[in-house]
Design a protein. Structure first.
Lengths: 59, 167
């Protein structure tokens, strides 16, 4: 036991930004609004995706 | 795959049951959906307290130990159905009520279920893609309220727009 902390892995800023937990929610929200504005049936799929993503905090 | 299959099954079951609301005029049904979505938003923001039914358990971890590949499929399937484990947000309830009251074709209910499964699958996919899962988990903790409240608000707005197309 040396007591040394485990090294923190550095992630490129672009990757960190693109995989931010808010990113899928934002994409789905924009997609849902666009689809709903046209009354497209895919609105249901996108809203379903958003509802599923809100459960990110539970397993 | 399990998550998507589970979501699809739930969507199909709710879609099959949605025929019960078919006698109601579309404007009533969509009005009720928007009302439930707004109520869900109030619940998510803590303005109102409504206890919702949920299966308050986690999917047993030994499912994964017995047979890793089949276990992962089953684990995902149970999560994907949305009825075999905790439901920590209000948006899935709003979606379920919307599919029940929407009275749309079964394919549309299946789309909602598929989307739900894909949305559930996005969490582990983005977590893994981040390359730093501990940091991602910490970020999720700070953003979860935005995701759950924002998700409910978008559902209310989305169903509101669909309601306008029904008029």
């Amino acid at each position: 036991m040396t007591g040394q902390p485990s090294p923190v892995r550095r992630v490129p800023p672009v990757r960190r930004w693109a995989t931010d937990p808010l990113a899928p929610g934002l994409v789905l929200a924009v997609g849902a609004m666009l689809a709903a504005a046209y009354g497209h049936p895919l609105t249901w799929a996108v809203l379903g995706g958003l509802a599923g993503y809100t459960l990110s905090g539970s397993v | 795959m399990g998550l998507i299959a589970g979501g699809l099954l739930s969507g199909l079951v709710l879609g099959a049951l949605s025929g019960l609301s078919a006698p109601l005029p579309p404007a009533w049904r969509y009005g009720a959906i928007v009302g439930v979505a707004l109520l869900g938003l109030l619940r998510e923001t803590g303005v109102v307290t409504i206890r919702m039914p949920q299966n308050a358990r986690q999917v047993p971890q030994d499912v994964l130990r017995r047979n890793p590949s089949r276990g992962a499929l089953r684990f995902g399937f149970e999560l994907g159905t949305g009825v075999r484990t905790y439901v920590s947000a209000t948006a899935p309830y709003v979606l379920a009520v919307a599919v029940l009251l929407g009275g749309q074709r079964l394919q549309v209910a299946a789309l909602a279920g598929l989307g739900f499964g894909v949305g559930r699958a996005a969490t582990p996919l983005f977590r893994r893609a981040s390359g730093a899962v501990e940091g991602w988990d910490a970020d999720l903790g700070t953003r979860l309220r935005v995701i759950t409240v924002g998700g409910c608000a978008v559902l209310a707005a989305g169903f509101g727009l669909l309601f306008l197309h029904q008029l």
